[in-house]
Design a binder for this molecule. Structure first.
Ligand SMILES: NCc1ccc(-c2ccco2)nc1
Length: 330
């Protein structure tokens, strides 16, 4: 089997991407954020206090003839951006892009943090990290990808995220029409559960490529690109008027600045992030100061290759044994 679904940016700066999924019988359609940086599938639900729901679609297990309570099971998750949620668990039929998993663990939120309440076009997350990260207790649950694996034509899913446009996620096949040339693969270290791999180096603008191993996680659920401070300062040294603002919590610069491109390496291959992707957003709607799409990872304890980087490539998440990740030019 295979599946293919849209990845729709939820606002005008691509803060996150959502994908239509269906849960239950008859199907209830929700828009979920497919997140390779976590491994919980959770949804706004009929169990979410109405004070915490603001425009989101909800899953109502009582309206599904195939829902089953996973008795005694709970979950609680906190993300790197400080957002979080917690609740109970049902199993039900779950499909993405025509690919169905029966009896998928669907984690129903009984509490969500304010930033999720405020994001009205995001109805929950589909974790596509390794199932070892799943927070359901007393027994942890499998991700959609792990459940779908046995029926997939190929043990892969791909991400084709786009700048200010709708892209796609495919399951079970690699669409040759979505990239040119070959996919370059590199090993993944699957413990503790992220898609952890290394970049082979980087270049700022037309500068020389610096060959240096940079370990981090490819995370479709993180908006920006977070790299070591030394690399980030070298980048913004090329930007007139750029500064690392304590007030805004990162590098800002005049929106009129000319930004250099940023190139990253995967083994011998090179992928260039256009300057426009790094001119991320105005710090407020009327401001002429802009916030960068490349920021320092020093506070995070890990480098994160988020959407700003991933949307510059066609990315293959390969669940083979051993797992690997591949990047193709598009
Ligand atoms: N990296 C996981 C993740 C995804 C989306 C969010 C989110 C969206 C709106 C508010 O918070 N938070 C964390």
């Amino acid at each position: 089997d295979t599946g293919s679904a849209a990845a729709v940016p939820i606002n005008e700066v691509d803060i996150a991407y959502v994908t239509p999924v269906t849960v239950g019988t008859p199907p209830q359609t929700l828009m979920l954020d497919l997140d390779t940086g976590s491994s919980d599938l959770w949804v706004f639900s009929s169990l979410t206090p109405s004070s915490q729901v603001r425009g989101q679609e909800i899953y109502s297990p009582a309206k599904s003839s195939t829902s089953k309570l996973l008795s005694g099971h709970t979950w609680s998750i906190r993300y790197g951006d400080g957002s979080g949620s917690r609740g109970t668990v049902y199993t039900d039929n779950f499909t993405i892009g025509g690919l169905e998993v029966e009896s998928q663990a669907v984690q129903t939120a009984q509490e969500v943090s304010s930033s999720f309440t405020q994001e009205q076009s995001l109805d929950g997350l589909v974790g596509l990290g390794f199932s070892t990260l799943n927070t359901v207790r007393p027994s942890s649950q499998l991700t959609f990808f792990d459940n779908a694996r046995p029926k997939l034509d190929e043990e892969v899913f791909t991400a084709d995220l786009k700048y200010h446009a709708t892209g796609s996620y495919d399951f079970g096949f690699i669409d040759r029409a979505k990239y040119t040339g070959n996919i370059t693969y590199t090993p993944v270290q699957q413990s503790p559960g992220y898609w952890t791999h290394s970049l082979s180096g980087y270049a700022v603008g037309s500068g020389a490529f610096q060959s240096t191993q940079i370990q981090g996680i490819s995370d479709t659920g993180t908006t920006l690109l977070y790299l070591p401070t030394a690399i980030v300062t070298a980048y913004y040294r090329q930007v007139q008027g750029a500064q690392n603002s304590q007030y805004y919590g990162g590098y800002v610069f005049p929106c009129s600045s000319t930004l250099p491109t940023f190139t990253f390496g995967i083994e011998g291959a090179r992928f260039t992030i256009p300057a426009s992707y790094i001119n991320y957003t105005r710090i407020s709607p009327t401001s002429s100061t802009c916030y960068g799409g490349l920021q320092s990872s020093s506070g995070l304890g890990i480098n994160i290759f988020g959407d700003v980087a991933l949307k510059a490539a066609f990315v293959v998440f390969s669940g083979t044994n051993p797992p690997r990740i591949g990047f193709g030019t598009k």
